[in-house]
Ligand binder design. Structure first.
Ligand code: ADP
Ligand code: MG
Length: 260
C-alpha cells in the first residue's frame, strides 16, 4: 500500500514493492522481486545488470506496457495500477517516450509517418503535428530521410528516427532500453548526445545500458540482480549528493540460492 500524502511533488516515478512473476506453462519466473525505486523529475538514471535480471521488465512496467503482479506504481504522483487499458494508453502517450535497442520502427511507414504516429493520438491540429515531426527530425538530423522507409536506413539512422519519435511527444519520462546496443561506437555516441540533450531540456531519462561509458553519464546507476536492486552508484557528473539522496531508493538484500 502506498501513502499518497507522502509522495513529494518532484517525484515522477515511485515504485513500491514491485514484483513481476511470469507464468509460462507450468513455469514461474520471478522477473522482479520487491523493487522499491524513486526517480525525481529531471533525473538521469541508468539501470545495469546481467542478462535476464529484469531490466526490460522494469522498463516495461515504468512505461505502462506491463503491470506488476504485486506492488504499486505512482507516475507523477498518480497511482497507475488500477487504470483501465484506455487510461493507461492515454497516460503512456502523453508522458512516456520509448527508445528500444531494436528501434521498433514500423516497416511500412515512412520515417515521417513513424515519428508522426504517436502524435496522432494526441489532441493537436494536423499542422502542429506536422511541425513537431519536422522539428524532431531536424533535431536528430534526419530531415533529408523523411520519405524513406526504415529498411532503407542504417541502424544508426533508424535509432535517430526512434529518438525523434520519442522527442515529438515531449515526454515527461524517456525510457531507453539499451539504445546503443545495436550501434557502432560513433553512432552510439551520437545517440547519447541526443539523449543528453533531451535530459538537459528537462526530460526524466531512465536508460538501460551495458556500456559503462554511457552509464557514467547518468547521475545515478542502479544495479539489478536477479530481479532486485542490489546497489546504486552516483555518477561522477552527478549533482546529486548523498545528503540529497531520496530515501528508500533501494533495499540491498542477500540473494538466496541462485536460480541457475
Ligand atoms: P533483461 O532485460 O535484464 O535481460 P528481462 O526483463 O527481459 O531481463 O527478463 C527477466 C526474466 O523474465 C528472464 O528470466 C526472462 O526470461 C523472463 N521473462 C521476460 N519476459 C517474459 C515473458 N513475457 N514471459 C515469460 N518470461 C519472461
Ligand atoms: Mg533486456
Amino acid at each position: 500500500m502506498s501513502n499518497s500524502e507522502h509522495t513529494p511533488s518532484n517525484t515522477v516515478i515511485a515504485l513500491e514493492g514491485v514484483t513481476k512473476i511470469f507464468l509460462t506453462d507450468d513455469l514461474q519466473t520471478h522477473a522482479l522481486s520487491g523493487v522499491h525505486l524513486t526517480i525525481n523529475r529531471g533525473e538521469f538514471v541508468s539501470i545495469a545488470g546481467p542478462s535476464g535480471c529484469g531490466k526490460s521488465t522494469l522498463l516495461a512496467i515504468l512505461g505502462l506496457l506491463d503491470t506488476p503482479t504485486r506492488g504499486s506504481y505512482r507516475l507523477s504522483g498518480r497511482p497507475v495500477d488500477s487504470l483501465t487499458l484506455a487510461e493507461r494508453t492515454h497516460v503512456r502517450n502523453h508522458e512516456i517516450g520509448f527508445i528500444f535497442q531494436a528501434f521498433n520502427l514500423i516497416g511500412d511507414l515512412t520515417v515521417f509517418e513513424n515519428v508522426e504516429l504517436p502524435l496522432t493520438y494526441r489532441d493537436m491540429s494536423a499542422s502542429e503535428r506536422k511541425q513537431r515531426v519536422r522539428d524532431a527530425l531536424e533535431r536528430v538530423e534526419m530531415s533529408h530521410r523523411a520519405r524513406h522507409l526504415p529498411s532503407q536506413l542504417s541502424g544508426g539512422q533508424q535509432q535517430r528516427v526512434a529518438v525523434a519519435r520519442a522527442l515529438g511527444g515531449n515526454p515527461a519520462v524517456l525510457l531507453a532500453d539499451e539504445p546503443t546496443g545495436n550501434l557502432d561506437s560513433r553512432n552510439g555516441e551520437a545517440v547519447m548526445t541526443l539523449l543528453n540533450e533531451l535530459h538537459r531540456g528537462g526530460a526524466t531519462l531512465v536508460m538501460v545500458t551495458h556500456d559503462e561509458r554511457f552509464s557514467r553519464q547518468a547521475a545515478r546507476t542502479i544495479q539489478l540482480f536477479d530481479g532486485r536492486i542490489v546497489d546504486e552508484q552516483l555518477g561522477h557528473r552527478s549533482h546529486v549528493t548523498a545528503a540529497h539522496r531520496p530515501h528508500g531508493l533501494f533495499v540491498a538484500r542477500e540473494h538466496g540460492g541462485s536460480r541457475e
